[in-house]
Ligand binder design. Structure first.
Ligand code: 4NP
Length: 158
């Protein structure tokens, strides 16, 4: 199994969206038995909560169901369990880097590294904005998810 973890600040907007989108894509590719997917937040503000209703609605418009997810906090143990620890923005990345053991450093990446054709390398925090921000989050995540599947196929599945 390849284990993938998406990480943002609250684990109620961006990283659960990435978990939902990537899970659906992996299912469509017939790879569910080979790739395990989870998400977490660097902070505990929303621990135990379902994804933000705006994130759920935006995802549902693309046939992605986030309703069963619940926010949890990233723990140091996640560096042991996961092969890919994918931060949504530089702030999340810096937070994780500060607690990442040297021997796991290669696991830690910015998620948008897997969409190098994009003009941005961060998924912007949509929490204090409007609906368009949540659609933008989905667009970016869909692009990077395609790249991540290709990366996993290349490096683990052949
Ligand atoms: P997320 O968005 O990191 O994508 O889940 C946020 C959720 C909550 C807060 C900030 C960002 N907050 O400040 O509570």
């Amino acid at each position: 199994m390849v284990h993938v973890l998406f990480v943002c600040l609250g684990n109620i907007c961006r990283s659960p969206t990435a978990q939902g989108v990537f899970t659906k894509m992996v299912e469509e590719e017939g790879l569910s038995h080979l790739i395990a997917i989870d998400s977490a937040g660097t902070h505990a503000y929303h621990r135990g909560e379902p994804p933000d209703s705006r994130a759920q609605s935006a995802a549902a418009r693309r046939q992605v169901d986030l309703s069963g997810l619940r926010a949890r906090v990233f723990t140091a143990e996640d560096f042991e369990r996961f092969d890919y620890v994918l931060a949504m923005d530089r702030e999340n990345h810096a937070h994780l880097e500060a607690i990442c053991p040297d021997h796991h450093r290669a696991k830690l990446r910015l998620f948008l590294e897997f969409a190098p054709h994009l003009e941005v390398d961060e998924v912007p925090d949509p929490y204090y904005g409007g609906t368009a921000g949540f659609d933008r989050v989905l667009d970016l995540i869909e692009e990077a998810s395609r790249g991540l599947i290709e990366e996993i196929r290349r490096n683990h599945l052949r």
